[in-house]
Design a protein around this ligand. Structure first.
Ligand code: ZN
Length: 226
């Protein structure tokens, strides 16, 4: 069942390690099949080098295990919140990648300082509010959804949970991994740019932000091959 999606999610999880976005078990990727409304996610706490395709866990939208012998990632409720509230989401990735997590820990949004950033994201990468610890993972999910809706679904494919790290979504799991990778590069560039600038932040002018974002993602986009 869902063999192709299981393979995609498995490979996406390994790619997080290859791209150095994840060490140990500090991250997870999932994908959804919108026809059956089933989600495939990494099992909880299994080291990546021991991970197999058959270890991927299939759950329904309520988190009930449909297939698999292992427990799903503890972050499953966060992934499900994104799938439930963002119909275009086909994949979700969470990492503790170094620079993006540093920004999350500093509790500062990642400012858009150049066109590399504007090519992918329209403006700053926002911070969510703090979750409560009672219903912890569901609360993180709620804060992420609130933040994405406030910032605009189409423009907000990545958020930072304060004191924690980044969560990203995309049209499929592979695109979500790419977004997590881009986010980490931007987080590092922003950090170094501010260092060179002796702590001063000079954001990219709106006109360039709009130009770069729109030419790639806008309704009259002309970047790339048709
Ligand atoms: Zn985490």
């Amino acid at each position: 069942m869902l063999e192709r999606l299981k393979k995609e999610v498995f490979e996406a999880n390994l790619q997080l390690v290859q791209e150095k976005l994840v060490i140990l078990t500090w991250g997870n990727a999932s994908g959804i099949d919108r026809e059956s409304n089933l989600v495939v996610i990494k099992p909880s706490g299994v080291p990546y080098h021991k991970l197999k395709v058959r270890d991927m866990v299939v759950v329904d939208m309520d988190g009930k295990i449909i297939e698999g012998d292992l427990k799903p990632s503890v972050d499953l409720p966060i992934h499900l919140a994104i799938y439930r509230n963002i119909p275009n989401a086909g994949g979700v990735v969470h990492t503790h990648s170094h620079f993006a997590t540093c920004w999350a820990q500093a509790r500062k949004p990642i400012p858009c300082l150049g066109t590399t950033h504007a090519d992918y994201f329209f403006g700053d990468i926002p911070l969510t509010e703090m979750p409560n610890t009672e219903d912890y993972e569901n609360s993180i999910g709620q804060q992420i959804i609130k933040c994405i809706l406030q910032n605009g679904v189409e423009r907000c494919k990545a958020v930072l949970v304060p004191g924690h790290g980044p969560f990203v979504w995309g049209e499929n799991v592979e695109k979500s991994v790419e977004t997590a990778f881009v986010l980490e590069q931007l987080a590092e560039m922003a950090y170094h740019t501010i260092m060179i600038n002796e702590g001063n932040i000079k954001t990219l002018e709106e006109v360039y932000l709009r130009k770069h974002y729109e030419r790639k993602w806008g309704k009259d986009a002309y970047y790339g091959q048709k």
